[in-house]
Design a protein around this ligand. Structure first.
Ligand SMILES: [Fe+2]
Ligand SMILES: [Fe+2]
Length: 157
């Protein structure tokens, strides 16, 4: 089946649509997690930073959802990919790994995508995720000290 002119113009194909849905699920999950983590944050400064990070994820979510609608004419219903850990330090660690992996995922999409506006959208989102990853690394460092955690074998990726 040939893609419609509309579909081709916007850079849509099935592989990309699958990646886009995965990205929307990831952003939806991040927004849900970070709302929970804001409540668990040990300081107001961390709470404020988590809120700013969540605002970035909401922006990505809205951009990707709108793109999906533009390509398919359908609103995608997002799914939570994983529950947020109840332990704050574990949640921070999981968020750090997820932000790193999402950076790679978005850069890969940007590399193969032919439509310039979509390339730019994913490259910019990748830069945001990389910035978030560094914040989570910092939070992890601080919280480990606060909790006197010297080393935990579970922290191997
Ligand atoms: Fe994001
Ligand atoms: Fe992020």
């Amino acid at each position: 089946m040939y893609p419609s002119r509309h579909d081709a113009q916007l850079g849509g194909n099935q592989a990309f649509l699958n990646d886009l849905k995965k990205a929307i699920d990831g952003e939806y999950t991040a927004v849900t997690w970070y709302k929970t983590m804001e409540k668990m944050a040990p300081t107001n400064k961390q709470k404020e930073k988590l809120k700013l990070i969540r605002k970035d994820e909401e922006k990505h979510y809205n951009q990707f959802s709108y793109l999906h609608y533009s390509l398919t004419g359908q609103q995608y219903q997002p799914k939570l990919t994983r529950e947020c850990p109840s332990n704050h330090l574990e949640a921070i660690r999981a968020a750090f790994v997820d932000e790193q992996e999402t950076t790679d995922f978005y850069l890969n999409i940007s590399d193969y995508q032919m439509q310039q506006s979509i390339k730019d959208m994913f490259r910019r989102a990748a830069a945001d995720e990389q910035n978030h990853a560094v914040w989570f690394l910092h939070f992890h460092f601080i919280s480990s000290f606060r909790n006197n955690v010297v080393f935990n074998d579970n922290w191997h990726i």
